[in-house]
Design a protein around this ligand. Structure first.
Ligand SMILES: NC(=O)C1=CN([C@@H]2O[C@H](COP(=O)(O)OP(=O)(O)OC[C@H]3O[C@@H](n4cnc5c(N)ncnc54)[C@H](O)[C@@H]3O)[C@@H](O)[C@H]2O)C=CC1
Ligand SMILES: O=C([O-])CC(=O)C(=O)O
Length: 311
């Protein structure tokens, strides 16, 4: 029996729970929110599709009842405020650090062996905060950002190539921020053939730039940040762990010398399996990519410094 808890029954959390249930990724899912009745209502609505869609997963919604989350194999943290148009993710740190810290403490009391997936923003810094407050081994804390950013990169590449997104390779590393993401254009490919063979450099540069501000673009259109792809990307990470898939997915991981950086969480290619982050894969970066990675790491360190009060 596999059990997953999703904290935060807002746009991202409810979508993640919905995908977990509809794809039958876990046997049991608990959706928890602090707002009275919201998680119960969303769980009820989702479960009323059970007969229509032939769902076998059991989903329950609870208001702040951590006893119900006990024994979870994976816990997903989406609680916290989203940004509004014109804001950066980093501006959310003041409110979200306190929420993420208290949620982590309560989750681990009831599921001491769980693998944690952090989605709340600013995600790299919230993932780092979870390391600091929990002291868990580094394989057990996964930041979800690169999975989404890579999906957006492949989406924009598919538009440029006029191709099926499922036949495209693309990965984004670095921080999950408007200016810190690094779409690795050199490694983008269509059916194994480098995208650089098909598209001119200026068009690839535009695809990379659109990917970097992918979240901001949606926030401007929607008035709040996106949820369908973020929720699905969260579920993709949960699935890789629960099903021991050994998939390579870009995730925010605690670095200890990899890519020449340490003491921060930032997006890098990770092999995900039953132990969480089972391996960090070091891609061969050229000088320009290395420089971008170090600049991205510097920016993430700077955001982490603002955590001082919360630790
Ligand atoms: N890492 C990523 O790729 C992405 C991260 N995000 C982030 O995810 C977070 C959630 O976004 P949305 O779902 O759109 O926001 P939302 O406002 O729709 O939902 C957040 C939920 O968290 C709940 N909450 C607040 N404090 C809580 C607590 N202490 N315990 C339990 N629940 C609590 C709220 O009641 C609310 O229902 C934001 O910080 C957003 O920036 C969003 C999209 C992608
Ligand atoms: O843009 C935001 O604030 C939410 C997020 O992280 C994303 O959609 O990439």
């Amino acid at each position: 029996m596999s059990k997953v808890t999703v904290v935060g029954a807002g746009n991202v959390g409810a979508t993640c729970a919905d995908v977990l249930v509809k794809q039958g990724i876990a046997d049991e899912v608990v959706l928890l929110d602090i707002k009275e009745g919201v998680a119960e209502g969303k769980a009820m609505d989702i479960m009323q599709t059970a007969n229509i869609l032939n769902i076998n997963t059991r989903l329950v919604g609870v208001t702040n009842d951590y006893e119900m989350t006990a024994g979870s194999d994976v816990v997903v943290i989406t609680s916290g405020i989203p940004r509004k148009p014109g804001m950066t993710r980093e501006e959310l740190i003041g409110v979200n650090a306190g929420i993420v810290k208290s949620v982590t403490d309560q989750l681990l009391k009831h599921s001491p062996n769980a693998i944690i997936v952090c989605i709340s923003n600013p995600m790299d810094t919230m993932t780092y905060l979870i390391h600091k407050v929990s002291g868990l081994p580094k394989n057990r804390i996964i930041g979800m950002g690169g999975a989404l950013d890579s999906a957006r990169f492949k989406y924009y590449l598919s538009l440029g190539l006029n191709a099926n997104p499922n036949e495209i390779e693309g990965i984004v590393i670095g921080g999950h921020g408007d200016t810190t993401m690094i779409p690795l254009v050199r490694y983008a490919a269509y059916r194994g053939v480098p995208a650089t063979n098909y598209l001119p450099a200026e068009q690839l540069a535009k695809i990379a730039a659109d990917t970097m501000v992918g979240g901001a673009t949606l926030t401007k259109l929607l008035g709040t940040s996106a949820w369908y792809a973020p929720g699905a990307a969260g579920a993709q990470v949960v699935k890789a762990v629960l099903h021991n898939e050994k998939k390579l997915i870009s995730c925010s991981a605690l670095l200890d010398g990899e890519y020449g950086e340490k003491d921060l969480c930032i997006g890098v290619p990770c092999i995900l399996g039953k132990d969480g982050i089972e391996k960090i894969v070091e891609f061969d970066l050229n000088d320009e990519e290395k420089d971008l990675f170090h600049k991205s790491a510097e920016a993430v360190h700077k955001t982490n410094a603002a955590l001082a009060g919360a630790l």
